[in-house]
Design a protein around this ligand. Structure first.
Ligand code: SF4
Length: 213
């Protein structure tokens, strides 16, 4: 299978349980909840996306003709100096990575010595072998991934309440304030929700606060 990738970059994970951890990000092209084109935003299922996942023109992006080529390209971003010390940590994101991430690619990443994480909207099944599953539900969609490592809910969202997900089989439950013109109010509301519902913890988009990619 061929793979379309918007961009590949090395940075720090900004959110959730692995916040601060060095990681290679593989941003796949395309999403099943929005075309990525502004002219379709009003009709999109997911209304608050701020990610460019259209095309293959970002740094390191392109069309990769098979899983091995893509895995090697991604892992090449891990600094040589630390390869012998700690294995590469690869975060498959998007767009929606589960439109493309398959068993062949997971195996190819593992053969390169990498640990494989995904950040998914949870509407598509997760193939076997993924090492870290992070689900971020989007209002208007149906979540089918009911177990994993962390659930990261942007808050508040009309139609998706934290209580809709708290029974699911995840180890970590994070609320992340909605990033828009009312962000300060959303931060306060998120803190208040966590304080009164301590199953949930606050997650901040620290990469944005720090100006990281
Ligand atoms: S599901 Fe994620 S990638 Fe897709 S439109 Fe929503 S925020 Fe963007």
């Amino acid at each position: 299978m061929a793979y379309a990738v918007k961009e590949i970059f090395y940075s720090l994970q900004g959110e959730g349980a692995h916040a601060g951890r060095p990681a290679i990000f593989c941003r796949f092209t395309g999403c099943n909840l929005w075309s990525g084109h502004e002219k379709h935003r009003a009709d999109a299922v997911c209304q608050f996306c701020d990610t460019d996942f259209v095309g293959t023109d970002g740094d390191g992006g392109g069309s990769f003709k098979n899983a091995v080529d893509l895995a090697k390209a991604v892992v090449s971003y891990w600094p040589d100096s630390i390869t012998d010390v700690i294995h590469p940590y690869v975060i498959c994101t998007g767009g929606e990575p589960l439109l493309q991430l398959d068993k062949d690619l997971i195996e190819a990443f593992h053969n390169e010595g990498a640990e494989v994480a995904i950040e998914t909207n949870g509407t598509l099944p997760v193939p076997e072998g993924v090492d870290w599953v992070c689900v971020s539900p989007k209002s208007g969609s149906t979540v089918v991934v009911e177990e994993g490592d962390e659930i990261k809910l942007v808050y508040p969202q009309v139609g998706h309440q934290p209580s809709d997900f708290v029974h699911l089989n995840f180890e970590h439950f994070f609320l992340q304030p909605m990033f828009d013109e009312d962000e300060n109010e959303h931060v306060k509301a998120t803190i208040e929700y966590c304080l009164t519902h301590p199953r949930w913890s606050l997650s901040l988009q620290s990469h944005k606060l720090l100006g990281l990619q």
